[in-house]
Design a protein around this ligand. Structure first.
Ligand code: IFM
Length: 443
């Protein structure tokens, strides 16, 4: 099977950027050459990660990065999206760790030498543990520490970077990490979710100001994840439930960037769950951005719930990926067109999209036709949005290679390249060959 896009698609042109994405904690390993982060602590807490694993080795990318760049180049991509490990590049006192910085400058230099654009995310969840010990994202001071970290690394990287994203998926850091505790740091309180979200967004705004000053020629923005919310029935109650879920899980993170306020659902909050918002915060948060990154995997369906307002229902009969996420590509198009209708958006990159599948390595091959079909359907869903006038300028497959999938450990494989964790051998899956073929045949 091939990935097929309409012949006249904008996505068949070389002006459209294609890439692959990874994140520091998920691939780097070499945990002993950096400070501890919240995910080291979370992994060391029994029962938090399904297979009891951690990021100590992961894909040993710190050791194997040259081979990994060969792999990236072999796919024929235009860009590589990676993240910087804050605890690798700064010491506890906030000064630069020159060894950690060197790792990234060598990597960035090599990408540039090969004509692969580096898309750098400054925060993909690996907060230094000593900062968490001081309150982490519940402490307003962390937003200022993030701006300082941004200042130092962007000066150190000079002109090596094509694009900076401040944050990857602040929803995951705040909701999963501080509100329901299934991600690091594993805290679970409603007010914590909203407060940490506010500080993450504040940190984004502060860092954008630093980027505008230090790195005015890179494309600077933020990466948000969206799980579009649908109502289980047409009843007014279910429609309202889906709208509330959408405000809570999705709009919460984008609306302040453009409208300088949180969605209406904030008025439903009990006083003790209200985040502390200081005067002027929304002006900081709503800095102009050069691009918006969109991460999409699945949708969610809601019905009204007398206690919680909305509750998700399982679409039992619909196809799912190996991580249990429904496969529903139409919702990707719906998401992109609805965001386009709601906000004055800058150009958008799809910064993550992909699927965990139950891959099998047989005779040195992984024939992941299921993932390939997912990519085909979702790339076409993006194309449909473009045809309806949405300004999407690039697409990154998540992920370059199998890696540490957070609370699932190594049990779920999202890569288009298979990783044998015992030998660290990388094997291109059928989806990687199909992606490569799509890219090679562009005009
Ligand atoms: O692996 C993650 C990634 O770190 C952030 N976005 C979702 C992916 C799949 O769960």
């Amino acid at each position: 099977m091939k990935i097929m896009l309409p012949a006249n698609s904008k996505m068949q042109s070389k002006a459209f950027t294609y890439g692959v994405a990874t994140a520091s904690f998920q691939i780097e390993g070499a945990a002993d050459s950096r400070l501890a982060c919240i995910w080291d602590t979370f992994c060391a807490t029994p029962g938090k990660v399904r297979d009891g694993s951690n990021g100590d080795q992961a894909c040993e990318h710190v050791k194997l990065w040259r081979e990994d760049i060969d792999l990236i180049e072999s796919l024929g991509v235009d860009a590589y999206r990676l993240s910087i490990s804050w605890p690798r590049v700064l010491h506890k006192d906030g000064s630069l760790n020159t060894q950690g910085v060197q790792f990234y400058t060598d990597l960035l230099d090599e990408l540039n030498r090969r004509g692969i654009k580096p898309f750098v995310t400054l925060y993909h969840w690996d907060l230094p543990q000593h900062i968490e010990d001081n309150g982490g994202w519940l402490n307003r001071e962390t937003a200022y520490l993030f701006a300082d970290y941004t200042d130092k690394v962007t000066q150190a990287f000079g002109d090596r970077v094509y694009s900076y994203a401040t944050f990857n998926e602040p929803f995951c850091s705040s909701y999963l990490g501080y509100e329901i505790g299934v991600h690091a740091p594993g805290l679970a309180k409603k007010s914590y979710g909203r407060q940490s979200a506010h500080h993450l967004l504040l940190a984004h705004g502060l860092a954008m100001k630093v980027l505008q000053k230090n790195s005015p020629n890179t494309e600077n923005g933020i990466v948000l994840n969206f799980t579009p919310c649908y109502s289980a029935t047409d009843s007014a109650e279910d429609v309202q439930a889906a709208s509330k879920a959408d405000q809570y899980f999705n709009q919460w993170y984008i609306k302040p960037l453009f409208d300088r306020c949180y969605p209406e659902i904030i008025n439903d909050f009990a006083t003790e769950d209200m985040p502390v918002i200081e005067e002027g915060d929304f002006d900081i948060i709503a800095q102009p951005i050069d691009f918006l990154g969109i991460n999409f995997y699945t949708r969610a369906v809601y019905k009204a719930d007398a206690v919680t307002g909305f509750s998700q229902i399982d679409m039992v009969d619909n196809p799912k990926t190996d991580i249990g996420w429904e496969i529903y590509p139409q919702s990707f198009t719906d998401l992109l067109t609805s965001l386009h209708a709601l906000y004055p958006l800058p150009p958008m990159y799809i910064t993550e999209n992909g699927a965990a599948m139950g891959d099998k390595l047989i005779d040195g091959k992984v024939d992941d036709q299921d993932r390939l079909a997912y990519y085909d359907a979702h790339l076409n869903a993006v194309n449909n949005a473009i045809e309806q006038g949405v300004n999407i300028v690039g697409y990154f497959a998540w992920s370059l290679m199998d890696n540490f999938e957070w609370a699932e450990g190594y049990l779920k494989r999202f890569g288009i390249v298979y990783v044998d964790y015992d030998t660290q051998k990388r094997t291109l899956k059928s989806s990687a060959y199909a992606y490569k073929n799509l890219l090679a045949n562009r005009k």
